[in-house]
Every structure is written in C-alpha cells, then in structure tokens.
Design a protein around this ligand. Structure first.
Ligand SMILES: [Zn+2]
Ligand SMILES: [Zn+2]
Ligand SMILES: [Zn+2]
Ligand SMILES: [Zn+2]
Ligand SMILES: [Zn+2]
Length: 232
C-alpha cells in the first residue's frame, strides 16, 4: 500500500468551498441569517478541527479521537492518521497520555485556544495543526506528515497583534488576507469562530493559506446573491 493512495497532498478538495453546503436556499432566507456562530451546535462539533469541513470521504475520513473526541480528517492530521484504525484512534496528545499514563496538559505555543488538534513542536512543546498551517512563518519539519512544528521564523510583528476572537495578545496571529485589512486572529480561534479560511495548493505544490474577515469573505454563494439583489 502506498501512502499516496490514502493521503491527498492537501487535506480537502482545493478551491476552498466545500461542495455540500447545508441548503437553506429559499430567496430572502439569508437576509436574517444570524451573525454569530453557534460553536456548540452538533454540526460545528463534527467538522474537522483543521480545515473546518464536515464532509468525510472514503479515502479521507473524519476520525474522532477516542479520548478528547476532536474531529479531524486523516489528511488534515497527516502522520498518525494515515490509516483508519481497527479500534480506537487517539490524537498525538491523547496517545502520549495513554503511553505515559499521565494526563498531558498540551497548550499551543501560538494561541490560547483550548480546543483543536495539536502536534509536537521541534522543541517538544505543542502547536495546533491549524495554527502551523496558517501562520506563514511557521513550518512543519515533516511537511508530508504535518509533523514537528518549527516556529522559530515567526515574525516578531505577529506577536503584537490582538486576536479578534479571544482578545488576547499572545502567541502569533494572522491578518485578513485582504490587503490593508487589520482584522487579526489566532488561526485556531478563527477556526472555532467560523471565520472563512482556505488552503489552496499552488502549481509548485506549496500550500497557500487564506483567511478573510466577514467584510472580505470570498466566493460565498449567498454573497453573490446579495449583490445581485441589491441591483433591484
Ligand atoms: Zn480537515
Ligand atoms: Zn485526543
Ligand atoms: Zn493554536
Ligand atoms: Zn485568539
Ligand atoms: Zn478583512
């Protein structure tokens, strides 16, 4: 078996928008859509904690950690989730806890967000896979396995940004991809809050992360509809 068969280069279909959107397509229905995101809803809890997509594919299923219950695609997690396990599956943090028999208190070096899936850093701390993917200067030493986060090139300017979700100024935030927009978030905080985030694979295989604030969201069906309606 080759791992290429089970692990597509990027965790989800490129292009950013998942095909299956929950359909509330009646005209005008989007007008009174609530602004806030109910992070406690069941749907939200079964979405991949890295890419935010709730769809599961045969070759890239969403696994739930049998200890902390975090949902994550096999490909989004990378090494450690390449094959669907026969029995229990544990994320890296919980697996270490099982092996050592201790409760591992893992905190992301980039953000204070308690939920989400973490991987080891090169200095034996922890970082969210999401944070490592969206913070441009962070990198994985094992790129294919999305393993061993190497944070040392993170620009000092990121440390001075304040997160729009948790309000904290620590770790590293990313700013809205729209030039000059000052909105900033910790990537995992943004994921939890439902901020629009995509990963697109460029021709050279490099992964390009984007993140957009509500004002600058791209390619949403309802957004196009709204602008068409506004011409009336
Ligand atoms: Zn995913
Ligand atoms: Zn876990
Ligand atoms: Zn984080
Ligand atoms: Zn935050
Ligand atoms: Zn923006």
């Amino acid at each position: 078996m080759s791992t290429a068969d089970v692990l597509p280069p990027v965790g989800f279909p490129t292009g950013g928008e998942p095909a299956a959107e929950p359909s509330a397509e009646s005209p005008g229905a989007e007008a009174d859509e609530p602004e806030g995101v109910d992070v406690d809803s069941y749907e939200e809890q079964s979405m991949c904690s890295v890419c935010g997509v709730g769809d599961s594919w045969d070759e890239d299923q969403i696994l739930f950690c049998d200890e902390c219950n975090v949902p994550v695609h096999q490909a989004c997690f990378g090494a450690g989730a390449r094959e669907v396990p026969e029995g229990d599956w544990f994320c890296d943090t919980c697996r270490l806890g099982k092996v050592t028999g201790k409760k591992i208190k893992a905190e992301c070096i980039f953000c204070p967000q308690p939920s989400g899936v973490l991987k080891r850093t090169s200095d034996a701390r922890w970082a969210h896979v999401t944070c490592a993917l969206w913070i441009p200067d962070a990198q994985f030493l094992d790129v294919d396995g999305r393993d061993i986060v190497h944070p040392y090139a993170v620009h000092p300017e990121r440390l001075s940004l304040t997160c729009n979700v948790c309000g904290e100024q620590m770790g590293a935030c990313v700013q809205c991809t729209e030039p000059k927009c000052l909105a900033a978030w910790h990537p995992q905080c943004a994921r939890v809050a439902g901020v629009q985030m995509t990963l697109t694979e460029k021709a050279d295989g490099e992964v390009q992360p984007t993140i957009y604030c509500k004002k600058h969201e791209k390619g949403k069906k309802k957004q196009k509809k709204r602008s068409r309606e506004s011409k009336w």
